[in-house]
Design a protein around this ligand. Structure first.
Ligand SMILES: [Zn+2]
Length: 397
């Protein structure tokens, strides 16, 4: 039997990505479990790849005749998934994600990239009208009354390699902050991936705070951050310097003409312990006349990274929006609240990230070796669904 299948993906995850031991022992915290953890964790992963985004829908799937072809050994209900994810240790799944990314690097999944980056960004997910949990942030309507609750998280993703792979999430409750969650997340990522895995970290303006930038310094990773008007002093100095002078460089990026300004001797703001700040501005002219302009600050010295290299890094930040949050939410159910309990929510997000890593590496780096071209995620998903209902065999060639 040829072609992609749910069980083929299970074999790929076990053996090519080195996840066999994780899939058998995913950090189960239940006492005297009846349903093996391996059936539950694999069901959660493969269901995300199949774009099944609720526990209820997954319960239906494992009670259908397709269950053996899913690689799931027995049936269970949605209550078992809630009970399991409430008690699953998030650190074990985090280690599995880091190990899969390290294995991908060893398998040369990023070999055509000059640099490997990490991008961090925050978002909200799991809006609910139910009574709040410890991670719930109140959402107010236009009159100022609380109309529901939302959960906030920061995600970290490998970017700049042509293959966007998510690594980890850190939730933060009310009273905590996005950049503090980002500091914890970056520290954990560098500890788990090793200090030489990534060459830089790229972030939005919300993380351009002295504590976050100092944490990146302490970890030994250069940082590129969007400069917005939340840093008014530096923002004004940059405007005064760049506004009335011709660009230092003009390049063609696809169909766009891009003007670039770059200077490395701006004064740091009061709390930032950097000797100086380098700022790059790009102004991108689209063929239809639209113009996009953005400023970025960094501690990358010009002798180590030229203006074009810094421009490319700044652009790699959009990957976390497009292939991280947009894909995670619109295709893999990241926005949907399967079970309103803090540990269960975090595990759900982490398992979505692991499903994305398995799906992308399988589709873009493994299947790609075959005789056919690269499949889209939608084509793979459709093919897997057809395969589930035709267990006798279906040749993809
Ligand atoms: Zn909540």
């Amino acid at each position: 039997m040829k072609g992609p299948s749910a069980q083929g993906m299970q074999n790929y995850a076990s053996h090519c990505l080195g996840l066999k031991s994780y899939l058998n022992n995913p950090g189960d915290g239940r006492r005297q479990p009846e349903i093996p953890a391996r059936d539950l964790v694999w069901a959660l992963l493969i269901s995300r790849i199949l774009r099944v985004s609720s526990f209820h829908h997954l319960e239906w799937l494992v009670h259908s005749p397709a269950r053996p072809a899913l690689g799931v050994g027995r049936t269970f209900g949605d209550d078992a998934l809630a009970y399991f994810t409430e008690r699953l240790d998030p650190d074990v799944t985090r280690q599995a994600l880091a190990a899969a990314l390290q294995q991908a690097k060893r398998n040369k999944a990023f070999e055509n990239s000059p640099r490997i980056g990490l991008a961090l960004d925050g978002t909200g997910a799991g809006y609910t009208h139910k009574s709040p949990c410890s991670l719930c942030h109140p959402v107010q309507d236009s009159q100022g009354a609380v109309c529901g609750h939302l959960h906030h998280l920061v995600m970290i993703t490998v970017v700049g390699t042509g293959l966007t792979l998510p690594l980890d999430v850190e939730p933060y409750g009310p009273g905590d902050s996005e950049y503090a969650a980002g500091q914890r997340l970056l520290g954990r990522a560098v500890a788990q991936l090793g200090p030489r895995f990534a060459d830089y970290v790229v972030v939005d303006g919300a993380f351009a705070t002295a504590p976050f930038l100092h944490e990146a310094d302490r970890l030994g990773i250069p940082v590129v951050a969007r400069l917005k008007d939340n840093l008014p002093e530096l923002h004004r100095a940059v405007e005064a310097r760049f506004a009335n002078r011709p660009p230092d460089l003009v390049i063609q990026d696809g169909k766009d003409r891009v003007e670039i300004w770059d200077a490395d001797d701006f004064d740091p703001w009061e709390t930032l312990q950097w000797p100086s700040v380098r700022v790059l501005r790009y102004r991108q002219h689209k063929p239809n006349g639209q113009v996009y302009e953005a400023d970025w600050l960094t501690n990358f010295p010009q002798r180590k990274l030229n203006s074009l290299g810094l421009y490319r890094i700044a652009k790699s930040r959009w990957e976390i929006e497009n292939q991280g949050f947009n894909d995670g939410k619109n295709r893999y159910g990241m926005e949907h609240l399967c079970h309103h309990e803090p540990n269960s929510m975090v595990l759900n997000w982490l398992l979505i990230l692991l499903a994305l890593v398995i799906e992308r590496l399988y589709r873009l780096r493994y299947l790609h070796r075959g005789e056919h071209g690269v499949r889209t995620a939608m084509e793979l998903k459709s093919f897997l669904w057809i395969r589930l209902w035709l267990p006798g065999g279906l040749d993809s060639s």
